[in-house]
Write a protein that binds this ligand. Structure first.
Ligand SMILES: C[S@@+](CC[C@H](N)C(=O)[O-])C[C@H]1O[C@@H](n2cnc3c(N)ncnc32)[C@H](O)[C@@H]1O
Length: 197
């Protein structure tokens, strides 16, 4: 599956970022503190928004996306270290992160169950895990439409699964879900969790 093109991704996201997504990103990245892990950081859209973190360790498997993010990391207010790695095999020791940020990424990770177990492993007991994801909608017709569109969409959008039920996967992973905020008429969700291990 071909990866996303960094410039096209940023261009395509621009109208959405302006309308609301920047505010949602800020409400997550702007509040994350301590030693933070970001999963699938793409072009680094969250990087300028971190304010309170001591340091952010950001993993991204696509070399072109990571390359684009390095420029954004240079302009960030806090130190950001990027790694070429997949969420299914995080290059970190157990229990090291205070918070984890994952935005618009669980739709694309090929093995989300494995990635969630890795997040549980590397984050401290009681760590806050923040997700912002587009999700499978909660009505039958809409979900069927997402099922129909996904085979084509994944080819043009770097493997993105329009119909993935992120909340279900997160609940099944053993993370404690503390708050779910539906956004954009239920097409997106902000999901706040605690690593209760
Ligand atoms: C839609 S982009 C979102 C980028 C960024 N998180 C954002 O909020 O703009 C999805 C990202 O997930 C990355 N990705 C794909 N497979 C992954 C994996 N196995 N582990 C971590 N990230 C992955 C892609 O390379 C891409 O950068």
């Amino acid at each position: 599956m071909a990866g996303l093109k960094p410039r096209l991704y940023d261009l395509g996201m621009k109208p959405l970022e302006k309308s609301r997504i920047q505010r949602i990103r800020r409400s997550i990245a702007g509040k994350a503190s301590g030693v933070v892990l970001e999963i699938g950081s793409g072009t680094g859209a969250n990087f300028p928004l971190y304010e309170r973190a001591d340091v952010v360790h950001a993993i991204e498997p696509d070399p072109a996306m990571r390359e684009a993010s390095i420029l954004r990391a240079k302009g960030a207010k806090i130190p950001i270290q990027t790694y070429e790695a997949k969420a299914e095999g995080l290059p970190f020791a157990d229990n090291v992160f205070d918070e984890v940020v994952a935005t618009l990424v669980f739709c694309t990770i090929p093995e989300p169950e494995k990635a969630l177990q890795e997040i549980r492993r590397v984050s401290k007991p009681g760590a806050c895990i923040h997700f912002f994801e587009h999700v499978r909608v909660d009505n039958k017709q809409g979900a069927l439409l997402q099922d129909a569109l996904t085979p084509l969409w994944e080819k043009v959008a770097g493997g993105c699964q329009l119909n993935r039920n992120a909340l279900k996967l997160i609940r099944e992973s053993g993370l404690a879900v503390v708050e779910v905020t539906p956004l954009y008429k239920g097409l997106f969700q902000k999901i706040e969790c605690i690593n209760a291990k």
